[in-house]
Design a protein around this ligand. Structure first.
Ligand code: MSS
Length: 371
């Protein structure tokens, strides 16, 4: 079932119909009934996941004068955000998905900690800004630099919280990363990381650092809390319920997204008429591999029918799909999964269980009554 948390009344720029998980720091998701109305998710519907309190993180830094961004290559430079206008503006349509999205689904195997996100901590949006490489390359890439570390504002204002820092593999993101200043064609709002945010298409939301103040290139990843203690996945499978303390030896950071599909029409719990039913949803990959297929089973995985992929493929964006199935009367459970060009197929339920519930991309199961 959809989460029963309260709606998000009173958040500037947002519809009140988002599902509120935590008010401060804000965590709210988009019900699938709203998400399914748009190929590009309007900003008013876009989920929010903050680890820090926006008031502290953002306001203090923003009030201190023009927003400055320090970039450390072989040389270092400190830019005011307005100076980014010197570089060409590019836009990328892409899936932004929290690493904890669909966490609640793991709960069928064994409960997981954190906000119990259903499937709506995901969106398909258009970020605009300048290519990170355009700004960074002239500074020189230090020899031996393997990781890019980005830091968001907030540490000074809230002494109890560590700085928000994430590291990603430099070579993998250099051609695609943006210093983003717009979202869906509008100036990037503070809520979503404005005035400037690192955007790494194909990577989980957590790596898209908001309120960006520093970028550095290093041989190692940051040893910050959000890199070493949170957003990590076990290297060897755990049994549901098993305890796990991530270390650099037994875990990896949550980086690139796995192939995933969503069925959003009909929705869980709907009652349908027996006969032909058109199913609709979206599917996506990390943009490095291509989406190959989406398929649906109405017999518990014994047989699968391929859906039609609609529209043109765009590497980092989600792709709508549809399939018309004939359903007989009774209680039905539809299973949906996608596969990519690298041979990855969404695993069955329970695969990848971890105590913090990251990176769920198991087969989606939707129960329906057909009359
Ligand atoms: N950044 C910063 N600075 N802080 C925080 O907290 N969070 C993350 C990202 N970034 C943060 C940042 C997360 S975690 C996510 S998802 C994202 O962001 C979200 O986004 P939005 O815009 O939607 O809110 Mo999970 O993986």
């Amino acid at each position: 079932p959809e989460a029963t948390a309260a709606p998000t009344t009173g958040i500037a720029g947002k519809t009140p119909w988002l599902t509120l998980h935590v008010r401060a720091p804000l965590q709210c998701e988009t019900p699938l009934s709203l998400l399914r109305q748009h190929r590009v998710t309007p900003t008013a519907l876009l989920y929010v996941r903050n680890n820090q309190d926006l008031a502290g993180s953002f306001s203090a830094a923003a009030a201190a004068g023009p927003w400055r961004l320090e970039l450390r290559g072989t040389r270092s430079v400190t830019l005011e955000v307005t100076e980014l206008k010197r570089y060409p503006l590019v836009e990328t349509e892409m899936v932004l998905q929290c690493a904890g999205n669909s966490r609640a689904q793991y709960g069928r195997a064994s409960p997981v900690s954190g906000a119990q996100w259903q499937d709506g901590a995901v969106a398909n949006v258009v970020f605009g800004g300048v290519r990170l490489a355009d700004v960074l390359s002239p500074l020189g890439i230090p020899k031996g630099a393997r990781y890019l570390t980005a830091r968001g504002a907030g540490e000074a204002h809230e002494p109890d919280l560590p700085p928000f820092e994430r590291s990603v593999p430099l070579a993998d993101v250099l051609d695609t990363a943006l210093l983003a200043t717009t979202l869906n064609g509008e100036p990037l709002s503070a809520l979503h990381g404005g005035p400037v945010r690192l955007v790494v298409p194909g990577y989980f939301g957590v790596n898209n650092v908001k309120w960006l103040t520093h970028i550095s290139l290093d041989a190692e990843t940051t040893d910050g809390f959000y890199q070493t203690a949170r957003y990590r996945l076990p290297l060897t499978p755990l049994a549901p319920g098993e305890a796990f303390e991530p270390t650099s030896e037994n875990s990896r950071p949550s980086w690139r997204m796995g192939v995933k599909s969503l069925l959003w029409e009909p929705l869980v719990g709907e009652t349908l008429r027996a006969g032909p039913v058109t199913l609709r949803g979206v599917a996506w990959t990390d943009g490095r591999s291509a989406l190959e297929f989406v398929e649906v089973s109405h017999d518990g995985g014994s047989s699968w029918q391929r859906a039609e992929l609609e529209g043109a493929a765009s590497p980092y964006a989600w792709r709508p799909w549809s399939l018309t199935l004939t359903l007989e009367a009774g209680e039905r459970e539809l299973w949906v999964r996608a596969g990519d060009s690298a041979g990855n197929v969404q695993p069955l339920e329970g695969a990848g269980w971890n105590p913090a519930g990251y990176e769920f991309n198991g087969v989606q199961r939707v129960r329906l009554s057909v009359r």
